[in-house]
Design a protein around this ligand. Structure first.
Ligand code: 13P
Ligand code: SF4
Length: 298
């Protein structure tokens, strides 16, 4: 049977929805009920009345869906799809720093459930400035150094930044953008805040993946250079076929590409692999995630 038809049948049988991140493979985005950025996916997970969520993204995103919905089954078709940045900070070291500095912790959602459980509030690239602004005093910001530095441009309070990074975004250089600009001089440059400072400085717009979709929709321009993981270009081109989007060809997140139609089918057939998180961690991690969702976008 056709794979798409099979997924549709299984979804109905299980009362399941498929949530997919903007970096997922085109065919995975096409079968999803909702495609978005980390914040959009967390909000969507908080609203669903499905019994089962099939999460197509990376580990921390699927864990967030489970933390928000402890009574639902969250299937994560490829458990090896782990975000390397999220692995750059651990709860014990963070707790030690928190005790030493006596500062609140802002955890980028790209963190483990254990790190969220010791944090005061979460943020995504769509609301990091707003979240840090909402805190009464200075904060410890984990784990993305580039996003932390970007927030510092707007918020005049003490921000201690953890030295983590996204290998995919770190590898996008200003030369990559200059190269694209030479080929497409009229193109508008959009960049994700996980990019290095030199790339951010060249951007006409810095935004989360969903922020870039919205900007491209609203901006009266025909060509865009997209400094983020190249999966976003599929979504952009699909929704705006009259506009041209130029990605940085080497900007690929290998873990984001692990999930396939076959692994989605397998997970819905076997109801495995399922996200399982210790109840105490879930209860502690829900508070900073909910605080973030209540704040909304920048
Ligand atoms: P967004 O929240 O902007 O979609 O980003 C998630 C991510 O992992 C970026 O690398
Ligand atoms: Fe993690 Fe970077 Fe991949 Fe996003 S693109 S999931 S931050 S490794």
């Amino acid at each position: 049977m056709d794979k798409i038809k099979k997924i549709e049948e299984l979804k109905e049988k299980r009362n399941a929805i498929i949530l997919a991140h903007n970096y997922q493979r085109p065919e995975v985005q096409d079968v999803a009920d909702f495609v978005g950025d980390s914040l959009g996916l967390a909000i969507e997970a908080s609203k669903t009345d499905a019994d089962v969520i099939v999460f197509c993204g990376v580990d921390f995103m699927a864990q967030s869906a489970k933390i928000i919905n402890p009574d639902k089954i969250v299937l994560f078709p490829e458990p090896g799809a782990k975000c390397p940045m999220a692995a750059m900070v651990d709860a014990d070291s963070l707790l030690k720093l928190k005790k030493e500095k006596k500062m609140n912790i802002v955890a980028y959602v790209n963190t483990s459930a254990e790190v969220k459980a010791v944090s005061d509030i979460c943020c995504t690239s769509a609301n990091a400035v707003k979240v840090v602004e909402s805190m009464p005093d200075g904060v410890i910001f984990v784990p993305d150094e580039n996003l932390g530095k970007y927030v510092k441009r707007f918020v005049k309070k003490e921000i201690l930044i953890w030295p983590g990074f996204c290998p995919t975004h770190q590898a996008i250089s200003s030369e990559d953008v200059i190269e694209e600009k030479k080929k497409h001089p009229d193109a508008v440059v959009m960049a994700h805040p996980e990019c290095i400072e030199e790339v951010i400085d060249m951007a006409d717009k810095v935004a989360s993946t969903e922020g870039m979709v919205r900007y491209a929709r609203e901006r009266n321009a025909r060509e865009f250079i997209v400094a983020t993981e190249q999966g976003l270009c599929y979504r952009l081109s699909k929704e705006m076929p009259d506009k041209k989007f130029y990605c940085i060809s080497h900007a690929v997140c290998p873990t984001m590409k692990r999930i396939t139609l076959d692994s989605i089918i397998r997970s819905l057939e076997n109801m495995q692999p399922e996200i399982v998180i210790d109840e105490e961690i879930i209860n502690k991690a829900r508070k900073p995630l909910t605080r973030m969702i209540e704040l909304g976008r920048d």
